[in-house]
Write a new protein. Sequence first.
Length: 166
Amino acid sequence: MENTFEPKICGIFCNWCTYMAADLAGVSRMHYAANLRIARVMCSGRVHPEFVLWAFKNGADGVLIGGCHPGDCHYIEGNYKALRRYLLLKRVLKQFGIDERRLRLEWISGSEADRLKKVVNEFTEELRALGPLGLKDKLPDVVAGEDSHKLPETSPLEEETSFRIG
């Protein structure tokens, strides 16, 4: 029997660069893995670690953070802030037993639709090889008496955008 696992990827993209590359890929009719669900934030520096943890907790097999190239941030140093958070978050994920390869940070400018396509396809293949995260099964019931398998109605990403993984 063939492996039919298709990973769910949460993409949290900078409005000015990586999101624009995704838009360019769309209008250029480029084909890349359909596993990506995009949430747009104004700057990669606005990607709070809580967003990433929420995505994993709610079914994402991988999280792709996309931002402007270093030195090109519309908010001066937002991408450097994103890099610091990303490096720290990779260490935290290890503590939760989550393979750090499930979190990826890429600098992709608005004109780099080909690069976005390549990154998404590579990340999808890497996650297929890793298999499903299955984090929901590993999490203990936090509140006794409540349905622990029910997804929350809201997410921390709603501050920035409307987003659902499923």
